[in-house]
Design a protein. Structure first.
Length: 236
């Protein structure tokens, strides 16, 4: 139900995963150092012998042989799929602790880290569908109650979320004495990795509704839902 190339774009998040986790993690007091280009590439492009060095740094006459059309374009492959606003936010959190002391680099190394993400999609306003009833049953306050169960676990936890959830998570983890195991990274909806394809999502969902009239499942009629779902692997 997506335009050509969208399926591959969903997996391109692993570029964000590889790059962003390098910026976000490390043992206490240890600066993780990798070449800058590691944060400025989309690893999903490098197949069939093509490499970042050849296509993005090599001579123009060789590099031009790399680009066969979207998604294999210089603009898409020679920069992070995270996008500049999110990349800058992650690097700021890593280097300075951010405005609320959320830097992951202050955390001690852990063998296991839970990663989660939550954004307010206002599901209480959505129509119900064949899987379950929306409305109050999926209000954001209920999602926060579900999240609170996770926040009680004495486990290293990395949370990507909007400002509302960030404030809630900080408050609860501190109340549970678990702040030293917590990293909160605020990611406004407009900075989500897949937001750069917003127009394509809306076109695809309009076509879904044309072909599936009366189907009210969120993956059919809610482009923002699908955009968030497909951004989560990139954040991971």
């Amino acid at each position: 139900r997506f335009e050509p190339g969208m399926a591959r774009l969903r997996s391109s998040c692993l570029g964000c995963a590889a790059a962003s986790c390098l910026a976000l993690t490390g043992s206490a007091g240890v600066q993780v150092k990798r070449p800058d280009w590691m944060l400025d590439q989309n690893p999903s492009c490098w197949t069939e012998g093509f490499t970042y060095e050849m296509c993005c740094l090599g001579p123009a006459e060789i590099a031009e042989t790399c680009w066969t059309g979207f998604p294999h374009t210089r603009a898409n492959c020679c920069r992070s799929p995270c996008g500049e606003p999110l990349r800058a936010r992650i690097l700021s959190e890593q280097s300075s602790g951010g405005s609320r002391g959320a830097a992951c680099s202050r955390l001690r190394h852990r063998n296991e880290t839970l990663v989660t993400g939550l954004w307010n999609l206002k599901r209480e306003t959505w129509p119900s569908h064949s899987r379950y009833v929306e409305g109050d049953g999926h209000s954001f306050s209920k999602y926060h109650r579900w999240l609170d169960r996770l926040l009680q676990k004495p486990q290293a936890l990395l949370i990507f979320c909007d400002a509302e959830t960030a404030a809630f998570a900080r408050s609860r983890r501190k109340a549970y004495g678990l702040w030293q195991l917590t990293c909160v990274v605020e990611v406004p909806m407009e900075d989500l990795p897949q937001m750069k394809h917003r127009e394509a999502y809306f076109r695809a969902h309009a076509e879904n509704q044309r072909q599936l009239p009366g189907d009210t499942r969120p993956e059919v009629i809610q482009p923002t839902y699908t955009l968030v779902v497909n951004s989560k692997p990139e954040l991971l």
